[in-house]
Structures are given as C-alpha cells and as structure tokens.
Design a protein around this ligand. Structure first.
Ligand code: DAH
Length: 339
C-alpha cells in the first residue's frame, strides 16, 4: 500500500499540463470527494496498527503534493492568460503618461517664423519636387551656368527636368508669380542635395527663405532686418556680412554670426574661429524680378536663405548634424521643455 502511495506521489510530481480542463480533472482525481486521497483515508481503519503511522505520513505527503501541484498549475495558467489578455491585470498601477516633445528642427523653425511674423512676414510653402524653372532658370541660373552644379542635384526625371529642390529659393519664384508687391514672406521647408553625409552636412536638410519686395527697399533694410533677427534668436548682435555671389541676388553677401569660443562644441562647429556662417542674402537680381513679372524699375527687394540645422546646432550645442535624423529617443527627450 505504502509503495502505491509513493508511486502516486511520483506521478503527481511529474504531472504537467497547460490546459485548465486537465488541471480540474487532476484535482478531481486526487482531491475530489471520490478521489484517490479519500479512498486512502477511508482504508485507514483497515491498516494494521503498527503501520498506521507510516501510512498516515505517506497519505499526508500525497495530499500536500497534490494540493501544491494544483496551486502551481493554476498560477501558471493565470500568468499565461494575463500575458495574452488585452488589459492584463486591471488592478495593476497605471504607467505614467510621458509628455512628448517637438523635434529641435521644428522648435527652431517655429522660433524663426515667430520672429519674422512679428515684423509682418507671412509664411509660404512650395513643393519639394520642383521643375527646372522654379529651382534654377527663374533664379537667374540658366542651363550650363557654372553655379548649377549637376552633381548636387537629385534628378527625378529629365526632359523636362523634375528634381528635388536644392533650396527653398524656388518658393520665392512661386510666391512672386502668384502675388503682387508689397511682399514679405518666409518659406520654411526641406531641401535635398547629393552630398556626402558627415558631421556637418547631410543630403536632406531644412532651410528658411525670406523675401521682401516693395518700392525703395535698400541694402540698409536688409542689414537691419538681419540684425533684428539675430538679436531676437540668439540674443547676440555681432554679425558680419561678407561679399559673396549668388546668381539670384546682386549684390550678394554671406552672413556670419559671432558665437564665441566658450565650449568645445563651439570650437568644433565654428572650426575654431568663433564665427559661423548662418545665411546667404542679397538684393534680388532684376532678372529674377522680371522672370516673375515684377517690374524692376518700380520695385526692389532683398532675399535671404538660411539652414535650420546649422542654427539649431548653435542654439543647442549639437556637434553632429546626423543627430537630427537618427530619432534617438535619448536625444529627442532633451527638448521637452522647449515649444
Ligand atoms: N539658396 C541659397 C542656398 O541654398 C541660399 C540663399 C542665398 C538664398 C542668398 C537667398 C539668397 O535668398 O539671397 O544656399
């Protein structure tokens, strides 16, 4: 009899199932009213006295093993169900809601829009896929012009040429074609160039284009507008304009901001000079005005274009432009407090 009980214990311990039905059947088989254990208990009186002790201990051991097995199997089933269940354990404490953050490029873009809208500029947009006219020809960059570096452009189709815009200057043209002066507009957007990716340049980046057309607009107006802008955005007012060349402006200049050399990042992004070029600008070339049906003898204006990444790198001390496009949550989370 004792041997039989021991055999049952071994059986109980080896028993395995993941089915609720089988667990219940197992429970009834051992622990039910007409189950094996009760049978043993009932036969207790037939056991000779000298064996009663050993018998009792063995039956108790079987009882304990059966109960423990049933509890184990049930717990196992429940935890499996929880995993599968849509809501899991409803009594579990809630998870804190994480507040999202804007991408630093969006933050800086919004700041630029805000600064220019305070002095009467509206926001305009144009397509990222452009034709040759709006990206090049109307901007005084005729075919075979050396400034039209073929290698920098992603062409989608040739004859007629369709391409990914290489700058937001194309939006100037669209805006002038569709609106009469006075014009005060800024055009933020994504631009594309077939450039090698490094810590300072990328093949997709963002620009903001500015355009001001009215009667008697002068270079002095341009300078004051840029000074106002850099004071507002950086809280610093040391800028310099270096003579430069763009086909769509005459005269043209590049604008550098003096940031200083306080940190290692400052050193890296300014190449140790403290100065960083932030935009190109100039007086809109009369040819461009004519191409857009604006009379250059009546109107004049200025334009400027800047890269948002560059400005964001300065403002947030980011040493590598690739950070903007990797969507690393540890990077993005740091911009929660900005708007
Ligand atoms: N389109 C130029 C570029 O992508 C930037 C630029 C320079 C825009 C001078 C302008 C400008 O409007 O006047 O590099």
């Amino acid at each position: 009899m004792i041997d039989k009980i021991k055999q049952h214990i071994a059986e109980v311990e080896a028993f395995k199932t993941e089915s609720a039905k089988e667990v219940e059947a197992f429970r009834i088989k051992y622990l039910g009213k007409k189950g094996i254990l009760n049978d043993f208990f009932a036969s207790f009186k037939e056991v000779p006295n000298e064996q009663k002790k050993e018998f009792g201990q063995a039956v108790n051991a079987l009882k304990k093993a059966s109960e423990a097995k049933v509890t184990d199997l049930k717990e196992n089933l429940e935890s499996k169900q929880e995993e599968k269940g849509v809501y899991g354990d409803l009594s579990r404490p809630g998870e804190p809601i994480e507040i999202g953050s804007r991408h630093p490029i969006s933050i800086v873009k919004n700041q630029i829009i805000e600064i220019f809208s305070n002095i009467g500029f509206n926001v305009s947009e144009g397509p990222e896929m452009e034709d040759d006219w709006h990206n090049f020809t109307a901007l005084n960059l005729p075919e075979y012009h050396p400034a039209r570096d073929m290698q920098d452009t992603f062409f989608i189709q040739t004859d007629p040429d369709i391409l990914l815009r290489t700058h937001t200057s194309s939006v100037q043209v669209r805006y002038m074609e569709n609106n009469k002066p006075p014009i005060r507009t800024i055009s933020p957007g994504r631009v594309f160039r077939n450039e090698a990716i490094s810590s300072r340049s990328h093949c997709i980046f963002h620009q903001v284009e500015g355009l001001y057309i009215d009667k008697n607009v002068s270079f002095a107006d341009l300078k004051q507008t840029l000074l106002y802008f850099t004071k507002q955005l950086f809280g610093k007012s040391k800028i310099r304009l270096r003579p430069s060349y763009f086909p769509f402006t005459e005269p043209s200049a590049e604008v550098d901001i003096y940031w200083g050399l306080e940190t290692e990042t400052d050193y890296r992004i300014t190449k140790g000079t403290g100065w960083l070029e932030i935009m190109g600008c100039g007086m809109v070339d009369p040819n461009v005005l004519r191409n857009c049906n604006i009379d250059p003898t009546e109107y004049s204006g200025f334009a400027f274009g800047m890269g948002i990444e560059r400005i964001a790198m300065l403002l947030y001390q980011i040493g590598d432009i690739r950070m903007f496009y990797e969507n690393d949550i540890r990077f993005l989370e740091q911009f929660k407090s900005s708007f």
